[in-house]
Design a protein around this ligand. Structure first.
Ligand code: PLP
Length: 552
């Protein structure tokens, strides 16, 4: 059997009840595979059927959090396949099985394969390798990467795929696939390089997987070739170096991220393919209806949105937005008991909580926040911290404490357990999507694209995808702070951005929102929807096909 691309990824986000992802990296994989199905690409995805992927977040009234294991019944979602392969982990034979889900679109399907080490015959320790996404120590991580990379290639062969044009590594976690390909091709690097492509997602060095060679030898053993130091780095084994050295094409996930990656790895040619979202998946029902009426053909070809958006009927667009907003506010009421007002400007800010995303930037100056937002603005937050990241859990707790202290002036809700279902409510029901990453740290970001598609206006620092979107059409939303080049230091950067955030809110966003006719606002909504002509997963897959998956 033949494939244009076998897409390897440690996580994939498909549904709220399948905990096989942690964040944006996995959500992107899901959207790209959906677009591969739409475009009838001969693609398959290789990933892991995590028993517990992300953990379910519970927030206590005092703002402290609990992260519970979230188990699922794979049989409800997936089909178990009979194939079993083995890999060596610390010298032991580990059996790896496989589950399948077909993503279907118009008669074409893209199979997603989920590897699983929880099989009889494996020791309890080995059965646990596929338990927890990003859990455990270096030994565990290496074991997981063996299962994904080496086990994944073996599984594809066992399934009968003997003609694969490109093995795509979505982040360095998948780089051990090159070890199996080296073995298959008599350790001829050039032959492997012709088969591989790699996307890096992480703009900071510390975010890349590296392992001591002692540990790597112990866990991976003789699957490591004699010249591994030449391929993966002299001092320590870098999964990113390994992937880059054995790929014929390497890219980052936005234009700025491409530049940052080239500066980090000056010895490599690194291109950029900006991420995109799956347009039909992320449009709320009312917007789907509107687009069906006023942009026929948009489902097959999202560039129709760009061409038709300026002629959308103002009233119908506003009504569609208000229906989504009412649905969100009803959910806020159901979950938190808070009565939000339908006609108040509603800002949503939701994302995985990590320091560089600076979710607390809005609370830098509470007096200013009260002055600008008091009685006129309501704010909804959501986002999980990593269960072993007390710092970010503290950030969430402090945000909740501050919002309690503002209760009488600004309505603020923190909704627990951010997942794709909640994301869909938020990216369609808010008026403004707020994103405040430290510049150069947000590789791309995709949630803002989901907001755009639903006519929710972005207010964001100029980083990742938004720097590109804002340059394309500054009328589609607003920026916070200066362009990338202008940053001095972290503290200064934060001060400047916080000040500008209040200024933008007061003099631009609120001013336009409360102006008596909403023409200007609605015009921005249309232009924001128009951006999906470019920021779709469809365009992204087409670019991958041209640049990365064109086999040699
Ligand atoms: C889209 C999405 C993300 C990624 O969004 P960012 O813009 O990178 O923060 C993460 N989690 C969920 C549930 C999403 O839907």
């Amino acid at each position: 059997m033949q494939l244009t691309v076998a897409y390897f990824t440690m996580e994939i986000g498909l549904q709220s009840h399948m905990p096989t992802y942690a964040g944006g990296l996995g959500m992107l994989a899901g959207d790209l595979m959906r677009s591969c199905a739409d475009l009838q690409v001969q693609a398959a995805c290789m990933t892991v059927g995590w028993k517990h992927g992300y953990l379910r977040q519970k927030i206590h009234p005092d703002g402290s959090q609990e992260y519970e294991q979230f188990s699922w019944n794979k049989e409800e979602f997936l089909t178990r396949l009979p194939e079993v392969v083995t890999v060596q982990v610390q010298g032991r034979e580990v059996r790896v099985g496989c589950w399948k889900l077909d993503l279907q679109s118009g008669g074409h399907s893209v199979p997603i394969y989920f590897l699983d080490a929880d099989l009889p015959g494996n020791t309890p320790e080995d059965r646990a390798i596929t338990d927890q996404l990003y859990g455990g120590d270096g030994t565990m991580r290496l074991s997981q990467e063996i299962v994904l990379g080496i086990g994944g290639v073996r599984m594809l062969r066992a399934l009968g795929y003997n003609d694969i044009g490109t093995f795509h590594m979505n982040e360095g976690h998948a780089a051990f696939l090159t070890l199996e390909l080296l073995r298959e091709r008599n350790f001829i690097d050039d032959d492997v390089r012709k088969l591989c492509a790699f996307t890096t997602h992480t703009p900071v060095k510390a975010g890349h997987d590296v392992f001591d060679y002692d540990l790597a030898w112990r866990v991976v053993g003789d699957m490591l070739p004699w010249h591994i130091r030449k391929l993966a780095g002299d001092e320590r084994l870098s999964m990113t170096e390994l992937a880059m050295n054995l790929s014929r094409y390497v890219c980052g996930v936005s234009q700025i991220h491409g530049q940052v990656s080239r500066a980090m790895f000056p010895d490599h040619a690194i291109d950029a393919i900006t991420n995109g979202i799956h347009h039909t998946h992320w449009a709320c029902p009312e917007m789907q209806q509107l687009f069906d009426d006023q942009a026929p053909g948009w489902r097959e070809d999202p560039t129709v949105l760009e061409r038709n958006c300026r002629d959308f009927d103002d009233d119908e667009l506003w009504q569609a937005h208000m229906a989504a907003k009412r649905r969100l506010l009803a959910e806020v009421k159901a979950r938190t008991g808070q009565e939000f007002r339908e006609h108040h400007l509603t800002i949503a800010s939701a994302r995985r909580v990590v320091p560089y995303k600076r979710p607390e930037l809005l609370y830098t100056n509470l007096e200013r926040l009260k002055e600008v937002c008091g009685g006129r603005v309501q704010i909804i937050h959501a986002g999980n911290a990593h269960p072993s990241d007390p710092f970010s859990q503290g950030v969430i707790q402090r945000m909740i404490e501050r919002s309690d202290s503002l209760r009488d002036t600004v309505h603020i809700a923190y909704m627990e357990n951010y997942n794709p279902d909640l994301a869909k409510l938020l990216v369609s029901g808010a008026d403004v999507w707020l994103n405040t990453p430290t510049r150069l740290m947000e590789a791309s970001g995709t949630s803002g694209m989901k907001a755009c598609l639903n006519g929710v206006l972005n207010l964001s620092t100029l980083d990742g995808w938004w720097a590109e979107a804002y340059a394309r059409d500054p009328e589609a939303g607003w920026r916070i702070g200066p362009l990338a080049g202008a940053i001095q230091n972290e503290t200064e950067h934060r001060k400047v951005d916080a000040e500008d955030l209040y200024t933008q809110l007061q003099f631009e966003v609120l001013h336009e929102y409360e102006y008596k006719d909403r023409k200007r606002w609605i015009r921005r909504m249309k232009r924001s929807i128009g951006l999906l002509g470019y920021f779709s997963a469809q365009r992204c897959v087409q670019e991958y096909l041209q640049k990365a998956w064109q086999s040699q």
